[in-house]
Design a protein around this ligand. Sequence first.
Ligand code: CTP
Length: 447
Amino acid sequence: MSADPIDAGTAASAVVRRPRVVLGVSGGIAAYKAVEVLRQLTETGHDVRVVPTESALRFVGEPTWAALSGHPVATDVWTDAAEVAHVRLGREADLVLVVPATADLLARSATGRSDDLLTATLLTARCPVVFAPAMHTEMWEHPATVANVATLRARGCLVVDPAVGRLTGADSGAGRLPEPVEIAALARSVLARSVPARRSTGHSHGGPPEQAPDLAGRRIVISAGGTREHLDPVRFLGNSSSGRQGYGLARAALARGAQVVVVAANVALPDVAGARTIPVVSAVQLREAVHARAAQADVVIMAAAVADFRPVVRATYKIKKGDGVPEPVALARNPDVLAELVAARRPGQVLVGFAAETGGPGVDIVDLGREKLARKGADLLVVNQVGDGLGFEVDHNAAVVLGADGTQTVIERTSKDLLAHQVLDLVAARLAVTDDPVVGVPAGTRR
Ligand code: CTP
């Protein structure tokens, strides 16, 4: 994720204004992790106002929030009454992010209560609202919480599924707050899309609430990283894909309301907040994990670099040089997962491939991409040049996205998160068309 606030959507504006975030904090033990979310956001140039609840202050005190945000902190609507803080905060915010969101806070927000500054701000906000819940598993799974989460999502709020893991005590289960660095990254991905849209419509004060995110309710499977094909327990044939682009896509899809499963091949990054992550090692494992979920998915994005070959034999024990010069390694072809997905595609499903290419003398990567797209049969192929600070193991990327319908979209060098949103714009357009009974007629021309 880029640390540049301009990447969070300010490039179009001549005067760079820092994106404004209201960080709501409710009273759960995970409040201490919200301190790190605050730091992450201020360090990446965001103007953050912290609005804790009274009970949040029992976990982390007011001076911590004030010192780290650089702004005064209040919990009730009576402080600074002449300023009408709840109206100003809600109206001026580009994003309201609640970390952690307790069961009580979700309930109060779902029922429209406004008995403190945070819930009042949530009612006046007309920007995207993200809740990152954290609580014990029983509370998260209680029908009352399930219903409140459904209500908030139906209103267009993002409610991030908590991670599964260690809870307050020795217990573990669903309810753990995702890693703060990933909550901040998700917040930036939401801003990357919403701030330019709000600026271009001039929509920053009053007006109707934001519309539901465009991928709300969509199920998206994304493969990321690079597979490893082991020769023995410690050596493998692999590639240098870091998983950053796949994770950027996952974040962007979540930021737009999708339910996301990430099939992660050897990715050394924190799990994306709100995504279900399935770790795999080899191409065969990746194939199984992707196929197990693809039938239910609206979109499958194959961002992983999948090895085309694997050693026929995997030695049980480490190969020792004392064993002499090894025989040439015999290789077997791996299945082509994307081609299999195309063969098994269900109506309306959108399939996206990636092709990282270096080109070569007299070889144009777009020509290579067109040939590959035709061979694979996907709907979209994201062709990117690797090398020169682009592609693998770096934060930036550039691409040409080829459509099976003959379209060609150039994405100039940008952060992997912004590139992800541009790819998802193309995906969303195709989902809208396939959902449409009057295929081929642009939505704006119909009555
Ligand atoms: N892919 C796949 N299964 C494979 C190899 C690739 O699903 N065994 C997918 C990748 O995830 C990517 C797309 O196919 O989305 C293109 O991958 P790439 O390695 O560029 O294509 P190949 O068909 O392997 O072509 P080549 O190696 O000859 O460039």
